[in-house]
Ligand binder design. Structure first.
Ligand SMILES: NC(=O)c1ccc[n+]([C@@H]2O[C@H](COP(=O)([O-])OP(=O)(O)OC[C@H]3O[C@@H](n4cnc5c(N)ncnc54)[C@H](O)[C@@H]3O)[C@@H](O)[C@H]2O)c1
Length: 233
């Protein structure tokens, strides 16, 4: 993943040592867990979130907190994405790799390609199992998550020859603040649909993300990896 920039604190045994990772939505839930796991794996992490305070709080929960940075980014606004990308590049000395969708993918790929022809990168988008299966009464959400799957495959096809791999993960029901509005009845229903019988922890998604960003997955391109406990197979 990421531009192979030099960072000062790297551990050779770590799978992402020497890499720079940008995590959108890093202020909570799955994004926060990704920041923690990527930092543990040796990456310098740029924690991006619409809520800068939440991003700064994530910094305090990460190993090696002082070498990571927090930036404000609204992924819906092109200028916000570009400003945050520039700020991240200024602070880290190279373009980061990332999690995100269209604007972020576009800004990242442009930034990486401008950085030099030898730069390598990886992108992991967060879709949802619901983007593949659909879900009654969630048409907007499922359509957008289905879009993340097709965008992943399209970008993967376009960028593979430029040494940027693009993959995505499809979580099912993961314990994060996003579930705050769900009733016990609904949560129990999904537990019954899940062979493991329970919801996932955000760290379980983050471990797969770290794998997809590392060289250990160097032959994976355009893959959509389910992290679901077997939910709704
Ligand atoms: N938790 C689940 O069960 C689950 C399942 C499938 C997919 N997902 C997906 O995983 C991703 C993360 O979800 P989560 O459960 O960690 O949610 P969360 O609510 O815990 O975290 C979302 C984070 O994104 C930030 N954010 C919101 N809008 C933003 C914007 N416009 N620009 C930048 N940052 C913004 C929020 O401030 C927050 O820190 C989402 O795309 C979600 O759809 C979650």
């Amino acid at each position: 993943m990421a531009a192979s920039a030099d960072t000062t604190t790297t551990t050779p045994s770590c799978t992402l040592a020497g890499r720079i990772a940008l995590v959108t939505g890093g202020g909570s839930g799955i994004g926060r867990a990704c920041c923690q796991v990527l930092a543990r794996e040796g990456a310098q992490v740029v924690v991006a979130d619409i809520n800068l305070q939440a991003a700064k709080h994530t910094l305090t929960l990460m190993p090696g907190g002082q070498r990571h940075v927090a930036v404000a980014m609204d992924v819906r606004e092109r200028s916000s994405v570009e400003d945050a990308m520039k700020s991240a590049q200024d602070q880290c000395g190279a373009p980061p790799s990332l999690l995100g969708t269209f604007l972020v993918t576009q800004a990242f790929a442009t930034s990486l390609l401008e950085h030099g022809k030898d730069s390598k990168g990886a992108i992991v988008n967060i879709s949802s199992l619901a983007g593949k299966t659909g879900c009654a009464e969630l048409s907007g959400y499922t359509a957008s998550k289905g879009g993340v799957i097709s965008l992943t495959k399209t970008c993967a096809a376009e960028l593979a020859s430029k040494a940027i791999r693009v993959n995505c993960v499809l979580p099912a029901v993961i314990d994060t603040p996003i579930l705050a509005g769900a009733s016990e009845e609904v949560l129990e229903y999904y537990n019954r649909l899940t062979p493991l019988g329970r919801r996932g922890r955000p760290e379980k998604v983050a471990e797969v993300v770290a794998f997809l960003l590392s060289e250990r997955s160097s032959y994976m391109v355009g893959a959509c990896v389910e992290v679901t406990g077997g939910c709704d197979m």
